[in-house]
Ligand binder design. Structure first.
Ligand SMILES: [Zn+2]
Length: 471
């Protein structure tokens, strides 16, 4: 009995202690939880979105801030120049709950122009500071999360045109020489929306560059041509230079499109381009003649983005042997179906016809950069001849070369055919400057190449490196 009573008594007093213990435990758990949330030790981190070695008037400093746990509380971007510190940007991120802001990532884009008149040239230091809502912030030193030296550069690179005379015709091209500062990251010739990059390394003087430039057939002959140079800080110099551009009228041609042609061609091109079939043949044709045509040109632009840094061609380009021209460069074509004009496009090369499945020869020496189906051009081959000059061979029945292959002037690269948007067996031949079609006529003319290109190359001592020797 006594034992029982004792046990009962112990149970009673134990039951009395439980709530206290429970509350104490709950409190301890709460404190531990709050402590775990608010005493998290990880500081925010800062990262530059792009390197900032040299910055100009229009440059921005792009910083990404990240914080795990409580979230970001504030940020500040400072620039130190000649011992003076200026705040370029600062922000506060209010707490949303007792935990903090919950802002775990933010991107800051701070234009350097915000410094206004304080912006002088020279070296500077970027410092990025940021804090979070951790209680440990009271014990932290306000040290920079990121520190990076950079140079403020407000001077555009120099560019000087060396070749005195430039004569070209609308749709054609010419060659120029210029000298630019070593800090120029990008230089060449700008003609309206077109940009033709220059190439260095051909001459003993490394500052001398060469650039082919065109006044493309869709521009006005009076369009200004400008030599341009840009540095890493985004400073850009534009120097207009003298070029005499002969205007010309392009031929107008009407092409009759009949239903058997549409029935033969539209499914072939859509199928080879892995595009869905079109129930209506005229709608399908318009899709091919507009959208597939644009896609073909976009693919050409990609393939011709880079070119050998030296001339690879070997005298005048070869014209497809024993061929008669069917269509010329720049022809303005109207397409007539059932008596109505349904579309207009510009023909950007020469159509040359000889025998069916005639051998097609490389116009000059170079590297094959493309050999595949190319939309309206059907089976096509593109060859890089250096300095941005490429030749294109379209509508082939077969090609016998592969990308990367070196070809010599006159080598057989395939056979003519009527793949793509071709009404009969012929070769479509284009010459392009970085993917911009130019009149091929000049490249069939050895005198033109000598007068416009070779003579200018001979005016300055060439670099002795093997890189400039033509193979
Ligand atoms: Zn053609």
């Amino acid at each position: 009995m006594a034992r029982q009573a004792r046990q009962r008594g112990r149970r009673a007093s134990g039951a009395g202690r439980w709530p206290v213990l429970g509350v104490a435990l709950a409190l301890a758990a709460l404190i531990a939880y709050v402590g775990w949330v608010k005493l998290e030790p990880r500081r925010p981190v800062a990262e530059l979105a792009h390197p900032i070695t040299a910055l100009g008037r229009d440059s921005t400093i792009d910083v990404t801030l990240r914080d795990v746990g409580t979230g970001l509380a504030w940020s500040r971007i400072e620039i130190e120049r000649n011992g003076t510190t200026t705040v370029l940007a600062s922000a506060r991120y209010p707490a949303e709950t007792w935990r903090g802001s919950g802002l775990h990532e933010t991107a800051i884009s701070a234009p350097l122009a915000a410094l206004g008149g304080a912006l002088g040239e020279g070296s500077a230091t970027l410092r990025v500071f940021a804090g979070d809502y951790s209680w440990l912030r009271w014990f932290r030193r306000d040290s920079a999360l990121l520190e990076a030296p950079f140079a403020i550069d407000l001077t555009p690179p120099t560019i000087e045109v060396l070749s005195p005379q430039h004569y070209l015709k609308l749709g054609g091209l010419d060659f120029m020489l210029y000298k630019t500062a070593p800090d120029a990251l990008r230089s060449g010739v700008a003609v309206d929306r077109y940009f033709f990059p220059g190439t260095a390394g051909l001459f003993a003087d490394p500052a001398i560059h060469v650039a082919f430039f065109a006044v493309p057939q869709d521009l006005d002959a009076k369009t200004a041509v400008k030599a341009i140079a840009e540095d890493t800080a985004g400073n850009r110099r534009e120097v207009p230079f003298h070029a005499v551009v002969k205007p010309r009228a392009f031929a107008n041609r009407t092409l009759d499109i009949d239903d058997p042609f549409l029935a033969r061609k539209v499914p072939e091109i859509l199928d080879a381009s892995r595009l869905p079939t079109q129930p209506d043949l005229v709608a399908g044709y318009l899709y091919v003649n507009r959208t597939v045509r644009q896609n073909s040109e976009a693919r050409i632009k990609e393939v011709t983005r880079t070119s050998a840094a030296k001339p690879r061609w070997d005298g005048a380009f070869l014209r497809q042997p024993n061929s008669a021209p069917l269509a010329g460069f720049g022809d303005r074509r109207s397409y007539r179906h059932d008596g109505a004009i349904i579309d207009t496009q510009t023909h950007l090369g020469y159509d040359l016809a000889s025998l069916r499945q005639a051998p097609v020869v490389a116009a000059s020496t170079g590297t094959v950069v493309f050999a595949d189906y190319l939309g309206i051009y059907g089976n096509a081959v593109i060859i890089d001849h250096g300095l941005g000059i490429f030749s294109l061979y379209g509508h082939l029945s077969a090609s016998t070369v592969t990308p990367g292959q070196e070809v010599q002037r006159g080598d057989t690269i395939g056979r003519t055919g009527e793949t793509g948007l071709a009404g009969g067996d012929h070769l479509h031949f284009s010459v392009m400057l970085y993917g911009v079609h130019v009149d091929p006529v000049e490249w069939w003319d050895g005198k033109w190449i000598r007068d416009h290109v070779t003579a200018k190359l001979e005016q300055y001592p060439r670099a002795t490196a093997t890189a400039t020797r033509d193979e």
